[in-house]
Design a protein around this ligand. Structure first.
Ligand code: PAF
Length: 280
């Protein structure tokens, strides 16, 4: 496995691989790998000749209130996982190489970035779209892999790729959950035992929503109320949003549209913000 740290060296390597007709898969990450990332690596390994994983804690997707220094990092552990998952190259650039002081260009995807997490974290998706566009230009992947856990992120990236005619196929992989239903996330590490138990309310309330729909309830306001009530039974939980939207346009719905509905939650468990979602 190679570790490449400079944009220039990565470009050279890609040129060589493309010349040899290699199909390239990219798994973009911010490191601190968990089972969710591993599912992306597994799929990427199966579908491509060369599997590249980027590790870059992207400063421009963090808001002024969000502490980038607090973001968990463990590069030695990530390297060991990458070897085990048969990654060919880790692209691990430095911030000054990705964003030199004269950097001035950003990618803004409109509409789909306005609600859900976009409404709560202004500038976040501009940062995500910009770094992903840069990674696509540097790595030139044939396929790139993202998790459904960040449902809005996957939609924003698909929209960017379509609108800007980027020659890459976006693959979205299902949410990986713990046995008890908790969606796996790097942020779970911030939770103590009590908070971890309270955090379960996200997946439980999504399950409750699914059951209500199964029982024939289509009115979004009823489902939202039930989900909200259930989350509020947990003392450390504070709702950031509960949204029921069209799963592609991310526009609010009044009634459940079978096969086209996304229920997305963001909930603070004390200081830690967790997200989860299901599609119906
Ligand atoms: O999902 C993430 O880890 C990040 O948002 C991504 C896609 C790697 C961009 O920094």
């Amino acid at each position: 496995m190679k570790i490449i740290r400079s944009v220039r060296a990565m470009g050279k390597e890609i040129k060589r691989l493309k010349k040899n007709g290699k199909i390239i898969g990219l798994v973009p990450t911010m490191g601190y790998l968990h089972k969710g990332h591993i599912s992306l690596l597994n799929r990427g390994r199966k579908e491509n000749d060369i599997l590249i994983m980027s590790i870059f804690v992207n400063p421009i997707q963090f808001g002024p209130e969000e502490d980038i220094k607090r973001y968990p990092r463990d590069i030695q552990r990530d390297k060991a996982i990458a070897v085990r998952e048969k990654v060919d190259i880790i692209f691990y650039p430095r911030a000054r190489d990705m964003y030199p002081s004269e950097f001035r260009t950003y990618v803004d995807v409109e509409r789909v970035t306005e609600g859900l997490c976009g409404g709560r974290r202004p500038g976040h998706f501009r940062g995500v779209a910009t770094v992903v566009a840069k990674l696509f230009n540097i790595v030139m992947p044939d396929r790139a892999y993202f998790g459904q856990k960040d449902a809005q992120q996957a939609i924003v990236i698909r929209k960017m790729v379509k609108d800007l005619n980027m020659p890459v196929k976006i693959k979205t992989m299902p949410i990986v959950r713990e046995k008890d239903g908790m969606a796996i996330s790097s942020r779970n590490k911030y939770l103590d035992n009590k908070e971890r138990r309270a955090g379960l309310v996200l997946s439980q309330s999504l399950k409750e929503a699914k059951d209500l729909v199964k029982r024939g309830i289509k009115d979004v306001s009823i489902i939202k109320r039930k989900v909200t009530e259930l989350i509020r039974t947990e003392k450390p939980a504070c709702i950031d949003y509960v949204e029921i939207v069209d799963k592609e346009k991310l526009e609010r719905l009044k009634y459940i549209k079978k096969g086209h509905t996304l229920i997305a939650l963001a909930v603070y468990i004390n200081k830690t913000r967790l997200i989860d979602n299901i599609t119906l």
